[in-house]
Design a protein around this ligand. Structure first.
Ligand SMILES: C[S@@+](CC[C@H](N)C(=O)[O-])C[C@H]1O[C@@H](n2cnc3c(N)ncnc32)[C@H](O)[C@@H]1O
Ligand code: SF4
Ligand code: SF4
Length: 333
């Protein structure tokens, strides 16, 4: 994964430090629509939704001014369903180098033109969900033709050389045996890789969690093999400590200490603040402090270890170190 240049790294880390001290969020996830092109087995989104109350592109400026995050995820639902997604990104960026902006998408609607326009608008990282390295992906996402589309488009866009595409693979009981195959596919397509972990919280379904000793042993063997494949290109985006924490999450069936609402939060498609995408207590933009008091301070939920948490459950020195040495690695241009 390409590394953020020195000056930008310093700016991001500077803002991150200020936010940490001021108890403002480090990461904000904008769910720009609830609608989706897929009906994934592990997710509570899926299909068309009422879009009449969605924020408009210019509304995002107000949220950026109030929250000043250093990392933004643009997500959904499926964010590419918004025809004005490029405008949304422009408004989030506001002409500035920060925030570090990640588009989290299933890529069913991605084209070369959109990819280039989104890069130009300020997307720094494209996270593309991939659950299987073959057409079983279509069955899991209930979207015929999606895998073939990805396998044509991703290597072609990777060959442009921007090194900004990351396969984002959510580990479930269905694909725990495919962890290595997904890594092989990332290498074959010339892109990076990030693993995430299934949470029962979205749908209540326990079947996709890792429930047996065999599944846990498969996970550990596969992640050992992934660790052995790290190299200086940073193509495995998760840090070792995050993958270790992912193992513990499945082993212990949860990870306590969540900072949702404080270190990260979600802005819903219609503009409410939520602690995370799986906690539906809604607060207006000007009542973030109330969200911290009423939710974060007493939150005992330990039911996910999705990537937004995995960046931010660490203490500040560890977070800074991992970002300096990995994600935002210093490199002179
Ligand atoms: C909710 S989707 C939104 C963006 C886009 N539609 C996509 O699929 O990439 C973001 C990520 O959440 C993951 N996800 C969905 N359901 C999940 C669950 N129950 N637990 C953990 N991650 C989940 C998806 O696999 C995807 O990588
Ligand atoms: S995981 Fe993403 S693509 Fe699948 S239903 Fe949920 S929002 Fe849609
Ligand atoms: S552990 Fe935190 S981020 Fe995860 S579902 Fe619970 S409150 Fe949300």
């Amino acid at each position: 994964m390409r590394k953020v240049p020195l000056l930008e790294s310093l700016r991001i880390i500077g803002r991150g430090s200020a936010n940490w001290l001021a108890q403002r969020p480090i990461v904000v996830s904008f769910e720009v629509t609830d609608a989706c092109t897929c009906y994934c087995k592990h997710c509570d989104h899926g299909g068309p939704k009422d879009e009449s109350r969605n924020l408009k592109p210019a509304d995002y400026r107000r949220y950026m001014e109030a929250l000043r995050p250093c990392v933004v995820q643009v997500s959904g639902g499926e964010p590419l369903m918004r025809d004005d997604i490029v405008e949304i990104v422009r408004n989030i960026k506001g002409g500035s180098k920060i925030p570090y902006t990640i588009l989290v998408s299933n890529w069913s609607l991605m084209t070369e033109e959109k990819y280039l326009a989104l890069r130009e608008a300020g997307v720094y990282q494209f996270s593309v969900s991939l659950d299987f390295a073959d057409r079983r992906h279509d069955d899991f996402r209930r979207h015929p033709g999606l895998y073939d589309h990805l396998s044509r488009l991703i290597p072609r866009l990777a060959a442009l050389g921007h090194d900004d595409i990351v396969l984002n693979s959510c580990i479930t009981s269905e694909n725990v045996g495919e962890i290595g195959a997904i890594a092989d596919k990332a290498r074959e397509w010339g892109v990076n890789l990030c693993y995430s972990a299934y949470s029962i919280r979205r749908t209540g379904c326990r079947d996709y969690f890792l429930n047996t000793p065999d599944q846990l042993a498969t996970l550990n063997r596969a992640l050992d093999a992934v660790e052995a494949r790290r190299d200086k290109t940073n193509w495995i985006v998760n840090s070792t400590s995050t993958l270790d924490a992912t193992r513990r999450y499945f082993q212990d069936r949860g990870t306590p200490g969540c900072k949702a609402g404080l270190r990260f939060l979600v802005v819903t498609a219609d503009g409410a603040l939520q602690p995370c995408s799986m906690q539906f207590k809604r607060f207006p933009l000007n009542e973030r402090a109330r969200m911290v008091n009423e939710f974060t301070k007493t939150n005992a939920c330990d039911e996910c270890y999705v990537s937004i948490r995995s960046y931010l459950d660490k203490n500040f020195p560890q977070l800074l170190w991992e970002n300096v040495s990995g994600f935002f690695s210093f490199r002179s241009e």
